[in-house]
Design a protein around this ligand. Structure first.
Ligand code: DAT
Ligand code: MG
Length: 134
């Protein structure tokens, strides 16, 4: 059963030149890159993307960070893409992410954790609509 996940390399990942390395990990896993765009995100779109975190104390910092530079947005497709992408990315906090995961190998700080991946099929559909259907 093929599925689609929305994945976004955040400004720190783009700035550090990790796009190729990260895309390569998804491809080696057997997932396919079906769309991609290097772009900056307007504040309003960032606020919609993260609206479930609006009440959190770090919300303003999060929106400021995600809009601080270019992001690399992708649609990744394949079997159980949402779950497989999340397992390659690793836990939210890079300090708790095991080596071998993207956050475990490249991140230090939860506020700059390199990459976003949809956490459910419903959110993947919502996020793909938000970022790729203009
Ligand atoms: P994930 O990105 O693993 O799905 P999430 O949806 O709970 O995690 O949070 C979205 C982003 O918010 C996360 O990638 C980084 C930021 N974030 C989460 N918890 C944080 C915290 N305690 N302090 C600062 N930023 C945080
Ligand atoms: Mg999330």
């Amino acid at each position: 059963m093929s599925e689609r996940a929305f994945v976004m390399i955040k400004p720190d990942g783009v700035e550090r030149g990790l796009i190729g390395e990260i895309v390569s990990r998804f491809e080696k896993k057997g997932l396919r890159l079906v769309r991609a765009e290097l772009t900056s995100i307007p504040k309003e779109k960032a606020e919609i993307h993260y609206e479930h975190l609006k009440s959190k104390p770090f919300f303003d910092e999060l929106v400021e960070y995600i809009t601080s530079g270019c992001v690399f947005s992708m649609i990744i497709e394949g079997t159980a893409a949402v779950q497989n992408v999340r397992s390659l990315i690793g836990p939210t906090n890079p300090a708790e992410a095991p080596p071998g995961t993207i956050r475990g190998d490249f991140g230090l700080d939860v506020a700059q954790n390199i990459i976003h991946g949809s956490d459910s099929v419903d959110n993947a559909i919502r996020e793909i609509k938000l970022f790729f259907e203009k």
